[in-house]
Ligand binder design. Structure first.
Ligand SMILES: Cc1cc2nc3c(=O)[nH]c(=O)nc-3n(C[C@H](O)[C@H](O)[C@H](O)COP(=O)(O)O)c2cc1C
Length: 184
């Protein structure tokens, strides 16, 4: 089979592996709240629902989640693209990003970090493992409460491709009849 693949810069690998969805990380510590955009994350287990993500030290959010050992993970859709770009391109030590980008903070049930009302799915997280923070800036969370608007069947989530461009989800193909039960 002929391949059209060519050598590709290693530092651009992320453009094809950052499947997303892009999420908004909510944080709070001692009365200060913040939001950041995040693309580098992955699920690490079913139950407990462990979730790993990279929050770099240059971001104001890192201090808030390190101190509080809590965060929320909120999944935005295409209608929130302006807010997503705004949140990802500003610093929370300068502004209140909820006010600046018209997002509504909602109190969680299990954590003090704010949820984002406009996102169709929000997850409350507590730090499960801090052993990789100093080495890789990798936070491993346990999702302790999930809030999802299940009336939205095919959420138009945003998937970052690098260089300011996003892919938008929305199509679905159902191959469940061909799946082994343990993979469903
Ligand atoms: C599309 C996109 C994806 C991003 N992904 C990450 C990420 O995975 N981890 C991270 O630490 N920063 C990521 N950032 C950068 C932060 O979102 C950005 O620096 C933000 O302004 C940090 O806000 P803060 O300083 O108020 O915490 C991303 C930014 C954008 C626009």
């Amino acid at each position: 089979m002929r391949s059209f693949k060519t050598d590709f810069p290693l530092d651009q690998s992320r453009c094809h592996l950052e499947t997303g969805p892009i999420v908004l990380v909510g944080s709070q510590w001692q009365g200060e709240r913040n939001l950041m955009v995040m693309g580098w994350h992955m699920m690490l287990g079913f139950a407990p629902a462990h979730f790993g993500c990279l929050i770099t030290a240059g971001n104001h959010s890192q201090r808030l989640v390190r101190e509080s050992r809590e965060c929320t993970i909120n999944v935005p859709t295409l209608d929130l693209i302006d807010a997503v770009v705004g949140v990802g391109n500003s610093d929370g030590d300068d502004i209140d990003k909820f006010e600046a980008f018209g997002l509504t903070p909602v109190a969680g049930d299990a954590v003090s970090a704010p949820l984002v009302a406009e996102c169709y799915a929000s997850f409350e997280c507590r730090l499960a493992d801090d052993s990789q923070i100093d080495r890789h800036e990798l936070f491993i969370w346990e999702i302790v409460k999930a809030h999802v608007d299940t009336s939205i069947e095919l959420p138009r989530t945003l998937h970052y491709r690098g260089h300011g461009r996003f892919m938008i989800a929305g199509d679905e193909i159902d191959r469940s009849k061909d799946f082994r039960i343990q993979n469903l």
